[in-house]
Each structure stands twice: as structure tokens, then as C-alpha cells.
Design a binder for this molecule. Structure first.
Ligand code: 5GP
Ligand code: MN
Length: 316
């Protein structure tokens, strides 16, 4: 499948719907709004579906246009962005499956290639960077609003240009976008350095509970539903907790468990040699080599025991 195929399908579709993964992060939101703006600019009848819109991205253009669910039964085209697995697509009415054609654009190693057209580049540091490349190839002009969304995705998924996936192309894109008037320092502050009080309290509790295991190679912490209710936080407020453990000297894998309706969600990060996507695949999850997740449908004690037992097997 080539980018020309994607271009042709888009040109031949009128009613289009865009989805991303559940509990969306900056890359999910940035990619989705950018694609929405592009398609709107092309005169398409387009909807973007983000059932739970995170507060921290309400500074982005057109965020108010996001819908909780699709308004139509069937679309000519459905696009999934930044989503490795169809099970994680936040699509309350299954409109993705019912659409005439399905495009899957993503950067996760574990992507299940669930589209009719799949454009997956596991080397790209963000889905937003892939989209930037696609737009350049199909010669779609990038407005300041579109660039703002795309750079938000790139900044958040690279931890502020810090992760290994960052390439000279990433900085080239940032440079081009700065020339278009994108306010990188404002986006950086809004998305990474603007922690609400509740989120701070959640981090404090998680840090306080952190256990260091296996000679300090594993950092483990957790959050139950009762904690979340008490602290008045939702899932998206827990972003960043798993990175705190990862950044401690000597830690190879950071494991954070938080309770959901389906049991406990495992969020894993590694520093050097452990492939956490492989650990999460053992529990039907996935993600990237150094950032992955899975669902553990057990009690806290059992979830902890299972995920840590597997994690230990991957340590040197
Ligand atoms: P996080 O820990 O931030 O929720 O997720 C880390 C990475 O792993 C993200 O790229 C996310 O998309 C992916 N991920 C998290 N949970 C799952 C899961 O249950 N299944 C799959 N396939 N990927 C996941
Ligand atoms: Mn991403």
C-alpha cells in the first residue's frame, strides 16, 4: 500500500469519521484534530470521535468539534490514528468496522494491521510525525492550526524531544512549524508542565507507595479506584506517573498498575534493554519497545504478582 492509495481513497470519500485510542494522549488528540482540520479544509463531511476529551488538551484549536459518538450509521471512510489494536479504538458504535473503507495510520511496533489500508511506521516517534510526512507527500498545505496539533503530538510522544525515536526530521518539522508561527514553548507548557493540583496529589501518593525490587531494577506502584475517587482524578490524570519510577537511577523497568472497570491496567516503561511491549503481549497488550501497556483482569495482588513475575524474567 502506498501513500497514493491513501490519497485516492480520501479523494473518493465524502463522509469520513476519525477515531483514536481510548484514554487518548497528546499524540492521539493532536493527530486526530490535525486530520480533522485537513479533511475539513478539503471540503469533506468529517467527524472526529473523542468520547473522553482530556482537559489538558483543551487549548488545541477546534477541540470543541470532537464528538462523543458518530452521528451516522455508515461512513465512506473511517480512519484510525495512533492505535495499535482495534480493541483499543475508542469507537462506541463500531462505526469503524461498518465503514466502506478503513485506514489505519500508526507508529506502534505491535500494530495489528486491522485496516484495509495500513500505514504503520514503528520507527516514527509519533503518529503526528507520520501524518506530517504524509501531508508533505500529498502536498496538503499545513496551516498554523494543523501544525499546532501535529507538534503537540510530537512533543508529548517524545517527552519533549527527549526519546530515542527523535530524528533530525523531527527537529526539521519543529523548525518548519516555528516558521509558521507555532508557539512551541506555550504548547510545551500546556501539555507537559501544567500539572493540576489533583494530578500532583496523585503523583505524590504513587511516589510514596513506590517499591524498588530486584536490586532496584524494578520500580512498582499502583492506584486503586478508591484512591482515584478520593483524589478526584480520572485515568488521564495518571499520565506521567510511570515515568517517575523510570527516571530513578538504576531502574530498568517501571510498572504502574491502576484500577479500571476491567481489572488493573498495567503501564510499563523501560530504560535500556527490556522490551516492555513483549511483556505486555503476554497479557494481550502491546505498545512500543520502551513504553507499553496491558489489561490484567485480576485483583490488585494477583495483577502485581503476574506482571512482576514476567518482568523479572526479562531482567539481566
Ligand atoms: P500507556 O502506558 O501510556 O498507557 O501506554 C504506553 C503505550 O502502550 C502507548 O503507546 C499505548 O498506545 C500502548 N498501550 C497501552 N495499553 C495497551 C494495550 O492494552 N494494548 C496495546 N496494544 N497497546 C497498549
Ligand atoms: Mn503515539
Amino acid at each position: 500500500m502506498t501513500l497514493d492509495d491513501i490519497k485516492e481513497v480520501i479523494e473518493n470519500s465524502n463522509n469520513i469519521v476519525i477515531f483514536t485510542h481510548e484514554n487518548p494522549d497528546g499524540d492521539a488528540i493532536g493527530s486526530t484534530i490535525a486530520t480533522y482540520l485537513v479533511l475539513k479544509g478539503m471540503g469533506k463531511n468529517v467527524e472526529m470521535i473523542i468520547p473522553t476529551f482530556p482537559k489538558s488538551y483543551k487549548f488545541l484549536p477546534c477541540c470543541g468539534d470532537a464528538l462523543k459518538e458518530p452521528s451516522m450509521e455508515k461512513y465512506d471512510l473511517a480512519i484510525a490514528l495512533d492505535c495499535a489494536d482495534i480493541k483499543r479504538l475508542d469507537d462506541p458504535t463500531e462505526a469503524f468496522l461498518k465503514s466502506e473503507t478503513r485506514i489505519n495510520i500508526d507508529h506502534h511496533t505491535s500494530n495489528g494491521m486491522f485496516g484495509d489500508l495500513n500505514y504503520v511506521d514503528p520507527v516514527a516517534p509519533a503518529c503526528s510525525q507520520i501524518l506530517t510526512t504524509i501531508l508533505a507527500y500529498i502536498k496538503i498545505p499545513i496551516t498554523t492550526d494543523i501544525a499546532t496539533c501535529l507538534i503537540t503530538g510530537i512533543i508529548t510522544d517524545t517527552g519533549g524531544f527527549r526519546y530515542e525515536g527523535v530524528t533530525s526530521e523531527t527537529f526539521q518539522i519543529a523548525s518548519d512549524f516555528l516558521e509558521k508561527g507555532v508557539k512551541i514553548s506555550k504548547i510545551y507548557k500546556e501539555s507537559l508542565n501544567n500539572i493540576p493540583k489533583e494530578k500532583f496529589e496523585a503523583r505524590k501518593l504513587a511516589m510514596d507507595r513506590t517499591e524498588f525490587l530486584e536490586d532496584g531494577k524494578i520500580a512498582y506502584t499502583y492506584m486503586t479506584k478508591a484512591d482515584m475517587e478520593k483524589l478526584n482524578v480520572i485515568q488521564s490524570d495518571l499520565d506521567g506517573i510511570v515515568e517517575i519510577g523510570r527516571d530513578v537511577e538504576g531502574v530498568e523497568v517501571s510498572v504502574f498498575l491502576y484500577e479500571t472497570d476491567k481489572g488493573f491496567k498495567g503501564s510499563l516503561r523501560s530504560n535500556d534493554y527490556v522490551n516492555v511491549s513483549d511483556i505486555c503481549l503476554l497479557f494481550n497488550g502491546g505498545g512500543h519497545i520502551k513504553a507499553a501497556g496491558c489489561t490484567l483482569p485480576y485483583t490488585l495482588e494477583e495483577s502485581k504478582e503476574r506482571i512482576l513475575t514476567q518482568t523479572k524474567r526479562f531482567l539481566k
